[in-house]
Design a protein around this ligand. Structure first.
Ligand code: ADP
Ligand code: MG
Length: 623
């Protein structure tokens, strides 16, 4: 006799429960999704002890009649799809018919429901997978499900449960997402008698954002709205100065379903680009609506991940729209309100520490006025300095290369910075026309416009200007490459050298021509002539370090960007540099022509402002 048996429904449901009922929040999710699918406009979730003790979800949706109220607990019983074809055009959150039987297999469930407004309803109690009682009862229209002793049939699971706070965290996170996804539904979440979330259900998404992230954050949101033949995009994104340390405040909603998408998160990050500090993320709530045939939601048991059939178009739409919205704003944080420190300075690894020491001595001569030119200029350090060895290359021969006859940075910079940058300027808000007042601590410029007072971080401003210049330059570096009279040599460990040998074409695309000389030594033969003078070896060294660090994740676009940031940082004036008035004027003028004059390439703010009105308020000239 064969050994294979078909499992009975109860065991099958218990097995399925492993997937559906992972933790209290997964039960909340299934029940709330059912309430949404039932067309509810009010959904109340009440839990005790993080949901381990009691989970109750009540709604004012369509409810169930006597027959459905029992069938709902059968395996694969669903009212949401009938034929296989329906699977390809899912308009509801549920469709697998698994949730209720799975939950009932591992918990005590009490269901009260009514599909009519007569007041007549049904109550059913299910324990260990079987119906204990089924009776008529008084009930308003809608459904009220209480789940107790979740996991009481599978005690081993309790062991895996983390603390009540952790479970509560998952439940509330889920409800936040649902509330953000459905501003037309009034959600309530109560835990051990305390109300943790209450939304009005009046369709006002900003109101929901306020109830979750606070009113101050809600005020910092910018509206996104776009139509496309296949997609409709609506929602809000935060201004760049409002950031979070992780991506958890990004809520993506596709046809009413909260989903996770690495690709879309990436598109959002790309749109902010250098407007955000390193390792900071925006708050964003994006509702994407599309024909259900364009998205496959049946790729993941919890349906958190979906597959888009036109993903590239969607990514482009999201990225370009967010960029447009950000571009339209005047992104100068206001000084009078407490400006959240948009940056965690310690996270910026601009130079390795050993290099920093050398830099500090150099900084003295970094800003010069070139007398014979009609316009003052900010020059790159003229001094050639020794590059300090780092872990990746054990020794370095200081370049014996004679200084380039015409300092590359100054000349090219003076000639082309303005036109090149201005040409590609997107539809930006007008950057205020600023007149310098003076300089503070050799670090900040004070300036005024008709509207108020501005404080500008001179290094950040110069870095932004230089970054845009170099970023353009790295777009087509090969043509600018110039053979070095005296090649620069660099040394690496054998393993690093071997890896780098395979990356030479990448360096060449960034204009850096190197050759493996053997024994871990590389010779740099040619470089773009606009590399900041005296910093060539340091920059190639950092490019190599970066390539070695990233290993798998390198691509040319990122290398170019990194290299542009390195060049701009090295070529920029530093703090503690006094600037003459004409120098300040030039700096502000160039800043006003930058594509993004608001943040440096590392995402730090460049300008903060105090409006005249705010100043008058502070001095009590107006009330
Ligand atoms: P699915 O949601 O995948 O259809 P479920 O097991 O979650 O499967 O639910 C089974 C059926 O029970 C649903 O298709 C629906 O008809 C009914 N149902 C469940 N919850 C509710 C509710 N809150 N209001 C009305 N009907 C419900
Ligand atoms: Mg369901």
């Amino acid at each position: 006799m064969g050994k294979i048996q078909v499992l009975d429904d109860h065991i099958a449901n218990q097995i399925a429960a492993g997937e559906v009922v992972e933790r209290p929040s997964s039960v909340v999710k299934e029940l709330v999704e059912n309430s949404v699918d039932a067309g509810s406009t009010r959904i109340e979730v009440t839990i005790e002890e993080g949901g381990l003790h009691v989970i109750r979800v009540s709604d004012n949706g369509n409810g169930m009649d006597a027959e459905d109220c029992q069938k709902a607990f059968f395996r694969h019983a669903t009212s949401k799809i009938t034929t296989g074809k329906d699977l390809f055009q899912i308009r509801t959150l549920g469709f697998r018919g698994e949730a209720l039987p799975s939950i009932a297999a591992v918990a005590k469930v009490e269901l009260v429901t009514s599909s009519q407004s007569s007041g007549l309803g049904y109550k059913s109690v299910i324990e260990g997978g079987s119906v204990r009682t089924f009776e008529e009862t008084a009930s308003s229209k809608g459904t009220d499900i209480t789940v107790r002793e979740l996991f009481f049939n599978t005690p081993a699971r309790l062991k895996y449960m983390k603390t009540i706070q952790t479970e509560l965290g998952h439940v509330s996170d889920y409800l936040y997402r649902m509330a953000l996804a459905h501003p037309n539904i009034a959600f309530t979440l109560r835990h051990n008698g305390n109300t943790l979330l209450q939304t009005l259900g009046n369709g006002d998404l900003v109101g929901v954002i306020a109830s979750i992230y606070g009113a101050a954050s809600a005020k910092q949101m910018l509206q996104v709205e776009a139509s496309h033949p296949d997609y409709e995009l609506k929602g809000y994104i935060s201004r760049p100065e409002l950031t979070r340390s992780n991506r958890s405040a990004i809520t993506l909603v596709v046809n009413g379903r909260y989903i996770r998408s690495y690709a879309l998160n990436h598109a959002i990050a790309n749109a902010y680009h250098t407007l955000l500090p390193i390792n900071r993320h925006p708050i964003a709530v994006l509702h994407i609506t599309m024909d259900p045939t364009l998205v496959d939601v049946n790729v993941h048991p919890s349906k958190l991940e979906v597959r888009f059939s036109k993903e590239q178009e969607l990514i482009q739409l999201v990225e370009s729209q967010i960029r447009k919205v950000l571009g339209r704003q005047t992104l100068i944080p206001q000084g009078a309100k407490p400006v959240k420190p948009a940056v965690v300075q310690e996270q910026l690894v601009l130079y390795r520490p050993e290099i920093k020491e050398v830099r500090e001595e150099e900084e003295v001569n970094e800003v010069k006025v070139v007398e014979e030119k009609s316009e003052p200029t900010f020059s790159a350090p003229a001094k050639v300095r020794e590059y300090q060895p780092s872990s990746s290359y054990s020794s370095y021969q200081p370049p014996a290369r004679p200084p380039t006859p015409s300092p590359a940075l100054n000349r090219t910079y003076m000639e082309s910075a303005a036109p090149v940058v201005a040409e590609k300027k997107p539809e930006l808000p007008a950057f205020p026309s600023l007149t310098p007042i003076g300089q503070m601590h050799g670090t900040y410029l004070l300036a005024q416009s008709d509207e108020g007072l501005y404080i500008i971080d001179q290094h950040a401003a110069h870095e932004r200007i230089n970054y845009e210049y170099y970023y353009e330059k790295f777009g087509d570096p090969a043509r600018a490459s110039q053979e070095l009279l005296v090649p620069i040599t660099m040394e690496f460990t054998p393993a690093d050298a071997q890896f780098l040998s395979g990356q030479l074409p990448l360096f060449e695309s960034a204009g850096v021509y190197m050759e493996n000389f053997g024994g871990g030594t590389f010779i740099i033969r040619a470089l773009p002539h606009w590399f900041p003078e005296g910093e060539e070896a340091a920059i190639v060294g950092e490019m190599a370090d970066w390539v070695l660090d990233e290993k798998k994740g390198i691509d040319l676009a990122k290398l170019r960007e990194k290299a542009a940031i390195m060049c701009s940082c090295k070529a920029s004036i530093k703090a503690n540099q006094s600037l003459s008035r004409p120098e300040m004027e030039v700096l502000l003028d160039r800043l006003s022509q930058a594509k993004i004059p608001y943040t440096c390439p590392h995402g730090r703010p460049i300008v903060i402002s105090f409006s005249t009105y705010e100043l008058e308020k502070m001095f009590k000239r107006v009330m």
